[in-house]
Design a protein around this ligand. Structure first.
Ligand SMILES: [Zn+2]
Length: 477
């Protein structure tokens, strides 16, 4: 009989994977009763150490994590006993085996295994809020939760990407990616307990960990969902973001191709955010990773939109090589992730010609930049360019309306096509030395970029780099 099941509930599932990783088993179904005993005693020891930790220690950071997930539990209560030995029985009881003759058996809320233990919502993250994933039926004294699931729900912070106030878990079609995400987070949890959050690299994000896990553990198609939440008494929230199924194919394409890796690293560098003293406040590689996730509420910044911003920025100057790399990244994303196959060459040529032949190419580029993403404005600009070039006696055949119509009609992916068109036009102009100013290559900057391009594109900060980051944090403090 299996003692642990990874169910479809995202929090239980993340906890089940964490339990398997801590028990050093291949997957949750291999976790034995003896493994559950081992994991239960590890959880209890960590909870007790956190509950008794003085406020300015790194151990206290793990208490903050527990508080964010279980704000009303015995372990995090403000009136908890300061002596761990007094608190111990309460905590050990949370993970104790089910007694078969303990009274009425009910099916476990998560996995339906019979259990006599009923848990209050205070032990279950996200169960007592308006954003709850479940609500309790009237007249039921609490949630029936079997031992495996009780342990899983408290192993959750080990399998989740945690901060001092929130947690993020992953659901993925591929077990290998879920396991890899859990494995990295269990390692990180131990690191937080030892060194606290100040010992962690600044500005990394769960999205980057997911991309690393997908890259390392997946081939083929695989959709992922990230659930980020805070179980706060005052202001709980749940944010759900997804990647499209083809994202692993895109990751593989980028990883295996130097110009695409260059494009990805340039985008990441452009997304670095600095504080007032010029230090990195948010790492661009984490921000770039976020662009592959789409929010359920539609409030995310898609990758193509961000690439467009970077390429269309009138003040930004890219060398031809760099612009080509960024544009290639945009086209690869559109092909791999959206399955778009577009030949924008003739229309891009039309616009580039029109800009190049103006008395003020700069003025025409500004006009195009303004119209580039609007169906209506781009439509009138194309009519104007087409007519103008015809009147000027253009010798080569021009792209006619039948070729631009898909770009200015209200149809799926027309917006993406308009961004790709702009990208292509900007490369053409720069290659021809028209208007789009290039940047002198700074050898030092080029050396740094080349170093980044030589590495895998979606690598989380390596273990051996943590100490360097630690020093950086120390300098800040
Ligand atoms: Zn269960």
């Amino acid at each position: 009989m299996t003692s642990l099941v990874a169910t479809g509930h995202p929090l239980q599932r993340a906890g089940a994977w964490a339990t398997a990783v801590i028990a050093e088993r291949e997957d949750p179904s291999r976790v034995s009763v003896a493994d559950l005993d081992t994991v239960a005693s590890i959880l209890a020891a960590d909870v007790l150490a956190a509950a008794a930790a003085p406020k300015d220690t790194s151990r206290y950071d793990w208490w903050k994590v527990l508080f964010a997930l279980y704000p009303n539990s015995k372990a995090t209560h403000s009136k908890r006993p300061s002596d761990p030995d007094v608190l111990r029985p309460e905590i050990e009881r949370l993970f104790a085996p089910d007694l078969s003759d303990a009274g009425m058996m009910r099916p476990c809320t998560f996995c339906t295994v019979g259990t006599a233990v009923v848990w209050a919502k205070s032990n279950l993250p996200l169960f007592d809020t308006s954003k709850a994933l479940n609500t309790l039926p009237p007249g039921v004294p609490g949630w029936p939760v079997c031992r495996g699931c009780r342990i899983a729900m408290w192993a959750l912070p080990y399998g989740a990407w945690v901060t001092a106030g929130s947690a993020t878990v992953l659901s993925c079609e591929k077990d290998a990616a879920e396991r890899e995400f859990a494995r990295r987070n269990v390692w990180r949890a131990r690191r937080v307990m030892q060194a606290g959050f100040t010992g962690m690299p600044a500005g990394t994000r769960p999205e980057l960990v997911v991309l690393t896990a997908l890259r390392d553990a997946t081939d083929g198609l695989c959709a992922t969902t990230l659930w980020s939440f805070k179980n706060d008494n005052q202001d709980p929230w749940l944010r759900v973001t997804r990647t499209r199924r083809a994202v692993p194919a895109f990751l593989a394409a980028v990883d295996g191709n130097a110009p695409l890796r260059r494009g990805w690293q340039l985008l990441s560098l452009a997304l670095n955010r600095y504080d007032s003293q010029g230090r990195i406040a948010a790492s661009g590689s984490g921000e770039a990773a976020r662009l592959l996730f789409e929010a359920e509420d539609g409030r995310s910044r898609p990758l193509l939109g961000q690439l467009h911003r970077v390429l269309a920025d009138a003040d930004g100057a890219w060398s031809v090589t760099d612009r080509e790399a960024l544009v290639r990244l945009a086209f690869t994303y559109a092909e791999e992730v959206f399955g778009m196959e577009t030949d924008l060459e003739p229309v891009a040529t039309l616009i580039a010609e029109w800009i190049a032949r103006g008395t003020s190419p700069r003025g025409r580029l500004a006009e195009y930049r303004k119209a580039a993403l609007s169906d209506y404005q781009l439509g009138s600009l194309l009519v104007q360019a087409y007519t103008r070039l015809q009147l000027d006696g253009n010798k080569t055949p021009l792209a006619g309306p039948e070729l631009w119509k898909p770009l200015i009609r209200r149809q799926p992916r027309a917006w993406e096509q308009r961004m790709l068109l702009f990208a292509r036009v900007s490369v053409m102009l720069q290659q021809r030395g028209v208007v789009v100013g290039g940047k002198e290559t700074d050898p030092e900057q080029e050396r740094k970029i080349q170093e980044l391009v030589d590495r895998p594109a979606f690598a989380e900060v390596r273990d051996d780099e943590y100490d360097g980051y630690h020093d950086y944090e120390m300098e800040q403090a």
